[in-house]
Every structure is written in structure tokens, then in C-alpha cells.
Design a protein around this ligand. Structure first.
Ligand code: SOE
Length: 380
């Protein structure tokens, strides 16, 4: 018998759609004890909310998220609103005894993140941060290769997250769609928005980061406000960020992110070099994992490309026949499937608020380092 899990989602933008799709599909493709029910959607604008709820099959709507949290028929609150609202909503939801799922980055800064962890730990309720790229089958395969000890001691980690959509100074900041460009609502720029993904993957794959040394740049210093185009305001976020890192296990890393890499729409890559091998991933070819194994006969040694589309690859047996590729939206479905499984078994299978906080702390230190031009220790 499946148990129903009543979901209340807050936010109806890009992530509201990605998560709604995951709630709709997960039980169709994965055998799970818990089945999400799209119970209620919440956002401020009644007309837009109604259209969103109708399109995705949410059974009811609330224009005030507080009312949603007070409802007894809701088990899980999913937060898909701009970053500046995460903390208040998550703390209220935890106090109301709900399971809480939150989009990344966890918060505006580590201070808020700590409040969120404290509230959820006090409630004892399961929690999730949607670091969806852990759900890419090729990334999960890289994790299995590293965990199996196949590449041995890790020396290097190299990550890039590149986009190009903010190059024009005419792109406004703020409002519904462009809140990621406004410091008040986003907290930071590429550091919180994109590098948070890279940092989460790096720490999941390799272990904790010990110290960082960063530089950032804001190439476009002023932008019009989306809701008031006559108003030109300074830009407070980082457009680009690059940092060096040293891991606790001694590995060295470089991370780079920008929204000014012309031609790169969402290129998210990492390469890990170990004593006995290397793995490399590029989201632009998301069904592939490059793997180099050192212990082969030297004449035959070389990088190979694993097509991660077979039924014994992570998550793939739940989809189509081998060779049929899957895409971006599936990463959310996979994370959700793991989370629902963890609700049944009590195992930790997903990034939680504590992981979100660990990434947030690194993001904060990266920004401090860029400002002070000094190395920053993560533990301080
Ligand atoms: C930014 O453009 C963005 O939408 C991020 O906010 C997402 O987390 C990333 O996965 C895709 O790019």
C-alpha cells in the first residue's frame, strides 16, 4: 500500500515547474512506498497561481504561504521562491512540523542557513536541498567510481559552471524572472547560484573543503530595474567568480563560474584526477562520463567515454530501453525518488539542510576572500 505524501509548493517559476514535474512523474517511474500528492500551490498573484495550478494539477491554491503552512492536510513544504524568502519560510514550516524541501542555495548566507538547520533539527523532520545535479546518472556513476576507490588517492578537482545570459547591460535586475541579478533577493551572483552546485558536487564526491582563495568581478555595474525600467541601480552581485581550494584530504581544486562566457548556456563540468585514474563530466553531454584507467596495458591505455544509458547505470533502469537518453528534468525526479525512499528507510540518500549549510559556508568564505584578497579557512 502506498502512503500519500501531501505536498504544498511555494513558488511557481522555473523551479516551481521543475519540481511540479518531478512530483507528477516520480511514482510513474519509480516503485516507492510514498506517493506525492500535488495538494496545494502558493504564490502571491492569484491569476498566475491559478493558471500554474491548473496546468500542473495542483488541487488547491493559497495566495499567502503562511496559510499553506498552517494547513493540517500538508505534510511537505517545498520552497521554490527567491533566496531571500527561504529562511523565513523554512523556519516557519519546520516549526509547524512539516517536512521541508528547499531550492538551492539553502539561504542568503551561512547565518540564515544555521537558523534553518537549527529549526529543522529541533523539529526532527526530514529535509532536502534540491542540488539536482547529484541526480545526473553520469554524476552518480562518477561518485560510485570514486567511492569504489578506482581512481585512488585524489590529487585534483577542476570545476567550471558557465553561462552567458547577462552579457547585455540592457538585461534588467529584479522582479519575478530576474531576481537572480538583484542582491537584495539573490544574496550573491554566480557564487550562490551556480558555484553552489559545483561546491556541493565537489564536497559530495571528494570531501570537505578546508580553505579558499577567490576573486570576483561585476562586469556590468548598473542595470535597470525590471519593474521600473527608468530606474537604473548599481549591481550588487558577482557576475563572475574564480577560486582556488584545498580539500581536507589534501587535494587541490580550481572552481570557475561566470554568466559572461559567450556561447555557454549551462556548461557545468568537473574533472577529478587520482593516482590510478581520472573521471570527467560535462553537462553539455550529460549522458557521458569520461574515464581514464591507469592500470591497463600501456599500449591500450586511454580515455574512454562511457555512455551512461544502460540499465545497470544509476537510475536508468527506471526509464526506457538502453540507449534512450534522458535529460535535465530527470535530475529532479531522481533526487525526489531518493528522498521518498529515504522517508521510508530512514537512510540519508540526499543533500539535506546540513549539506546546504556546508556549501553556504564555503560560498560565504569565497565572497569574503574575494573582498579581502586573503585565503579564508572554512572552519573559522
Ligand atoms: C541560473 O540561470 C540557473 O537557472 C540556476 O539557478 C540553476 O540552479 C541552474 O541549474 C541552471 O541555471
Amino acid at each position: 500500500m502506498t502512503k500519500k505524501l501531501n505536498v504544498g509548493i511555494i513558488g511557481r517559476g522555473f523551479m516551481g515547474r521543475a519540481h511540479s514535474n518531478a512530483y507528477l512523474k516520480v511514482s510513474r517511474f519509480f516503485d516507492l512506498e510514498y506517493e506525492p500528492v500535488l495538494k496545494c500551490a502558493s504564490s502571491r498573484n492569484h491569476e498566475k497561481l491559478k493558471a500554474f495550478a491548473d496546468r500542473w494539477g495542483w488541487q488547491s491554491i493559497e495566495t499567502d504561504w503562511r496559510k499553506l503552512i498552517e494547513r493540517d492536510d500538508i505534510d511537505l513544504i517545498d520552497i521554490c521562491v527567491p533566496n531571500h524568502l527561504h529562511c523565513e519560510i523554512a523556519v516557519a514550516a519546520a516549526r509547524a512540523g512539516k517536512i521541508v524541501a528547499c531550492e538551492k542555495p539553502l539561504a542568503m548566507n551561512a547565518g540564515e542557513g544555521r537558523k534553518m538547520v537549527e529549526a529543522i533539527e529541533k523539529s526532527g523532520k526530514p529535509n532536502l536541498v534540491w542540488f539536482n545535479y547529484r541526480g545526473v546518472p553520469a554524476v552518480a556513476l562518477a561518485k560510485a567510481i570514486v567511492d569504489d576507490g578506482r581512481i585512488g588517492r585524489v590529487f585534483h578537482y577542476r570545476a567550471k559552471y558557465l553561462q552567458d545570459w547577462t552579457i547585455s547591460p540592457k538585461v534588467p535586475q529584479g522582479g519575478d524572472a530576474l531576481w537572480r541579478l538583484e542582491q537584495r533577493t539573490a544574496g550573491s551572483g554566480v557564487t550562490g547560484d551556480l558555484l553552489a552546485h559545483s561546491i556541493d558536487l565537489a564536497m559530495w564526491l571528494i570531501g570537505p573543503i578546508e580553505k579558499v582563495c577567490a576573486m570576483t568581478e561585476t562586469f556590468v555595474k548598473e542595470r535597470p530595474m525590471q519593474n521600473d525600467p527608468e530606474k537604473i541601480m548599481p549591481v550588487g552581485i558577482d557576475d563572475a567568480c574564480a577560486f582556488l581550494a584545498r580539500f581536507g584530504n589534501g587535494a587541490l581544486a580550481t572552481f570557475e563560474s561566470t554568466r559572461y562566457a559567450r556561447g555557454r548556456k549551462n556548461q557545468h563540468t568537473f574533472e577529478i584526477n587520482g593516482e590510478n585514474g581520472s573521471v570527467a563530466f560535462d553537462l553539455e553531454s550529460s549522458h557521458e562520463l569520461k574515464y581514464f584507467e591507469y592500470d591497463r596495458e600501456s599500449r591500450l591505455r586511454g580515455w574512454r567515454t562511457i555512455q551512461v544509458w544502460d540499465s545497470d547505470h544509476p537510475y536508468m533502469k527506471n526509464w526506457w530501453v538502453p540507449g534512450c537518453t534522458i535529460g535535465y528534468e530527470h535530475t529532479f525526479i531522481h533526487l525526489l525518488a531518493d528522498f521518498l525512499r529515504s522517508l521510508a528507510t530512514g537512510e540519508k540518500l540526499c543533500p539535506d539542510f546540513k549539506d546546504g549549510l556546508a556549501t553556504q559556508v564555503v560560498c560565504d568564505k569565497v565572497l569574503v576572500s574575494a573582498k579581502t584578497q586573503q585565503w579564508q579557512s572554512i572552519g573559522d
